[in-house]
Design a protein around this ligand. Structure first.
Ligand code: ATP
Ligand code: MG
Length: 412
């Protein structure tokens, strides 16, 4: 993409109304735009990052046999009343609105109820099970505080996966597979080393749920981490009893701040029994479907990556999620040669952002290359042309080197 034809526009200074590092960097780089407190839009370059994150999640969901669907956002209160979750006491972040005829409806905070109700029309026999369904869909939550940019917003995309199994054993089998899939996802997203499987409260059905907590001072959660085992307990369930139950040693647990990037939950038969999702088993008996739910917030993940991967100059995107691999700059008469290199890189399938702006100085171009966090910067100038070379710099290092164009594709 050529910057002159894009919507890319960076700001010289960080926004004064943003307090979190991720929101400052992402708005300064023009990846997101704040519409109002806790509400953000993604620009084309921001959407490229979000799509890469969702692409990785989608691959790993498909790999464990889950199928993608897309549920409606508008919610029928009658279904939520059955599970006693329509009240603002049960779910304190509801956005509710009204139809023209004054009927009250809601904007989805989560999707257990509508999906369970829907599946009662699709599932009848043990032969229809198990099923694993997921979506990337907007959730609306009237969060009390929304100060952490993409990490806690009032409208956000969630990947939510729901499992429908015949027995607790079948649920457990899939649950374990999701733990592995999530570990792979966070590894691939560049958060692997800092993301800790954490025991949290489990609701009514099981002792614990599992959260994927990424260590960062910007997080709102507190966990107690056993560094050696790479396991943690969320503060909300932290007690001597739990520590003993999990076979951990209190003296080895250190308190850390973190953000919940994903969580997985056994739901059991709470929703299926209330909403009439049953099946006839091999033995002819009618049984309720055993469920699980598994969330990841791609927007929160993007904020967390920004929070973890940056320096004084700006963002440093991991290669798996970067909007472009190469930031190409042509200086003076180098611009003509740069245009050729731009074409060649595109033909080779390299995602390249070409800073072809006449209006920007070399200094501004270098600063933007750093701020936008693109892994490789390539400069073509009269000097490099004389050497029959290009200048390559990795975002992670301050060293530049002259290499032949033919070498470039091997290096990036
Ligand atoms: P938290 O404890 O942080 O409020 P939660 O437990 O309510 O989150 P879930 O309802 O399980 O979260 O949502 C699944 C995932 O969606 C979370 O792990 C997180 O990645 C993401 N998420 C939740 N709330 C938000 C939000 N307000 N903004 C952005 N992402 C969110
Ligand atoms: Mg939580």
């Amino acid at each position: 993409m050529k910057i002159s034809e894009s919507l890319i526009k960076t700001q010289k200074h960080t926004a004064k109304d943003e307090t979190s590092r991720n929101a400052q960097l992402l708005t300064q780089g023009g990846f997101i735009y704040k519409n109002m407190a806790g509400v953000y839009s993604y620009t084309p370059i921001g959407l490229r990052v979000l799509n890469k994150i969702m692409g990785i999640i989608r691959e790993e969901m498909d790999r464990i046999g889950a199928q993608e669907l897309f549920l409606a956002s508008l919610q029928d209160p009658q279904i939520w009343e059955k599970t006693e979750r329509w009240s603002d006491e049960a779910i304190d972040v509801w956005f509710k609105t009204r139809l023209k005829n004054e009927t009250e409806i809601g904007l989805a905070t989560t999707h257990e109820e509508p999906l369970t109700e829907m599946l009662s029309h699709f599932i009848g026999s043990y032969k229809d099970l198990p099923r694993y369904l997921y979506q990337f869909q907007t959730k609306f939550r009237n969060e009390l505080r929304a100060k952490s940019g993409l990490m806690r917003s009032r409208e956000f995309i969630m990947k939510d996966l729901y499992s429908f199994s015949r027995s607790e054993a079948e649920l457990q089998e899939f649950y374990d597979q999701v733990i592995l899939a999530y570990s792979t996802i966070f590894q691939r997203l560049g958060l692997g080393e800092k993301t800790i499987i954490t025991y949290a409260s489990g609701g009514s059905f099981s002792d614990f749920s599992h959260e994927f907590q990424t260590l960062t001072e910007a997080g709102e959660d507190t966990i107690y981490l056993d560094e050696e085992k790479g396991l943690a307990i969320n503060k909300e369930v932290y007690s001597d009893e739990v520590i003993t139950k999990l076979g951990l040693n209190k003296s080895r647990l250190v308190e850390r701040k973190s953000v919940e990037v994903g969580n997985i939950f056994k739901l059991g038969t709470r929703f299926s029994e209330t909403l009439g999702l049953g099946f006839t088993d091999e033995d002819g008996r009618k049984k309720p479907v055993v469920m699980g739910s598994y969330g990841i917030g791609p927007g929160r993940v993007m904020g967390t990556i920004a929070e973890l991967h940056n320096d004084d100059q700006g963002l440093i995107w991991p290669e798996a999620v970067t909007p472009f691999q190469v930031y190409l700059i042509g200086l003076d008469t180098g611009s003509i040669e740069a245009e050729k290199i731009y074409r060649q890189l595109l033909e080779s399938g390299v995602e390249v952002l070409f800073d072809d702006r006449d209006s920007a100085s070399p200094g501004e171009k270098f600063a933007d290359a750093d701020l936008l966090g693109i892994p490789y910067r390539v400069v073509v100038s009269p000097k490099t042309i004389k050497e029959n070379s290009i200048e390559l710099k990795s975002r992670q290092s301050s060293e530049t080197e002259l290499i032949k164009f033919s070498e470039l594709l091997e290096r990036i």
